[in-house]
Write a protein that binds this ligand. Structure first.
Ligand code: CP
Length: 309
């Protein structure tokens, strides 16, 4: 496996690297936490979340703890960014504390790449690994990893599956990372559906003509919420219309294969993009995605930290 210093996007990971990360997650699943807690006891991490999170922040914290990594989550609302300190000065200040890993979520696209570049131009000599925990509308690579890992647990061959993604694709960093990962794993039968204005031009070749066409014989159905916080000023979306046109209910799910899985990265808006019956139904793997998130993040952190040993 190629040496991994940062995880900025999922495109940079080869199929071999993705498979190595999945295999390590499988190993971690079988290994008692009391043993994995001895793996990286001399390491430290900082979680810098400039945007809200439930799943990603807590799963990164647990992943660190289960590997013995000492983790600190900076409370952005009470940090000196509120006194006007720039993100660059914040990062350089924290970098000077010689931590091993930054886990960063930010509303600005590409900020984690900028952080990596600042480190290279800084003469302090210490380079902290950076994990992108979500940047604006661009990438959410660890969500992509856990989504791929979940699909791998249920489907035999990435090359033989039909994957359907429905919702607000345009503002979804989750969709971008999953699509990049699926391409690397060899999935070509990909269908996107949502309001025309919410399918970016670059992804129009994958646009389905209808919800029915998108769902028919699908193996994997991924539902996405409306990214209200990222909509341009003046763009208004009716929740009722959305549910009617782009929401998944039990009847529509019958169009997919009987063993199709239903995924959602969370947070879910029940009754909007997904009905209660589907979210809590037998085909839903939404909580498995959450459990796998801890494992995949442990796997990634382990691979990054063994490079710095
Ligand atoms: N899927 C996801 O990123 O969820 P959070 O915003 O709760 O971290």
């Amino acid at each position: 496996m190629k040496s991994l210093k940062h995880l900025i996007d999922i495109k940079s990971l080869s199929k071999t690297t993705l498979e190595a990360l999945f295999d390590t997650a499988d190993t971690l699943k079988q290994t008692p936490i009391k043993d994995t807690q001895l793996w990286h006891q001399d390491k430290s991490a900082m979680a810098l979340f400039f945007e809200n999170s439930t799943r990603t922040l807590t799963s990164f914290q647990l992943a660190c703890q289960r590997l013995g990594v000492d983790v600190t989550a900076l409370n952005i609302a009470h940090s000196s960014t509120q006194k006007g300190e720039s993100i660059k000065d914040t990062v350089e200040t924290l970098n000077a504390m010689q931590t091993d890993l930054f886990i960063v979520r930010h509303q600005q696209n590409h900020i984690q790449q900028q952080m990596a570049d600042w480190q290279l131009s800084n003469h302090a000599g210490h380079e902290t690994s950076i994990i992108n925990a979500g940047d604006g509308t661009n990438q959410h690579p660890t969500q992509g990893l856990l989504d791929l890992y979940t699909i791998r647990q249920h489907k035999k061959d990435f090359k033989q599956i039909k994957v359907t993604i429905i919702g607000d694709i345009k503002h979804s960093r989750v969709a971008n990372s999953l699509l990049d990962g699926l391409h690397t794993m060899g999935t070509t039968d990909i269908h996107l559906f949502g309001p025309n204005k919410f399918i970016p031009d670059t992804l129009k070749p994958f646009q389905a003509s209808s919800m029915q066409a998108a769902l028919t014989d699908s193996d994997v159905v991924v539902m996405l919420r409306i990214q209200k916080e990222r909509l341009a000023a003046g763009v208004d979306v009716s929740v009722e219309d959305w549910h009617h046109n782009y929401g998944l209910n039990s009847e529509q799910l019958l169009l997919a294969k009987p063993d199709a899985i239903v995924m959602h990265p969370g947070p879910m808006n029940r009754g909007v993009e997904i009905s209660d019956a589907v979210a809590d139904g037998p085909q839903s793997v939404i909580l498995e995605q959450v459990s796998n998130g801890v494992l995949m993040r442990q796997s990634l952190i382990h691979h990054l930290l063994i490079q710095t040993d």
